[in-house]
Design a protein around this ligand. Structure first.
Ligand code: AMP
Ligand code: ZN
Length: 108
């Protein structure tokens, strides 16, 4: 997926502020944070959205969920959202599956 911005971040061709990583996914700060904590959880492999990811690779899906909840528990007081916008009408703008971890309550 040569024109995909998240494939380029995974490949290191576009810089990002890496927060954490796992076998199948990376976590980096959203460039335009909506809340004090706003981290994107992105599978290394290209999937169009979370529905495509769920249908095609449960191992990667589980890894994405584990990395997201780990980052959320490390950065927040335990109150957070883990959101997957799916489809343009739902606000998806990058068509490489990703979950948003957002929280208003950073760990002190
Ligand atoms: P969505 O609207 O669910 O597709 O989310 C895409 C998110 O990616 C938005 O919150 C953007 O701010 C974020 N984003 C786009 N380009 C970059 C980038 N180069 N680095 C970090 N975050 C990005
Ligand atoms: Zn991609």
């Amino acid at each position: 997926m040569s024109e995909c911005v998240f494939c380029k971040i995974v490949a290191g061709e576009i810089p990002s502020k890496l927060v954490s990583e796992s076998e199948h996914a990376i976590a980096f700060n959203d460039i335009n944070p909506a809340q004090p904590i706003h981290v994107l959880i992105v599978p290394r492999e290209h999937f169009t959205d979370v529905a495509d990811l769920t249908a095609r690779n449960e191992e990667v899906l589980l890894d994405v969920m584990r990395l997201g909840t780990k980052v959320a528990s490390e950065l927040s007081e335990g109150s957070f959202r883990f959101q997957f916008n799916t489809g343009a009408e739902a606000g998806q703008t990058v068509f490489h599956a990703h979950g948003h971890i957002t929280s208003r309550t950073p760990k002190a």
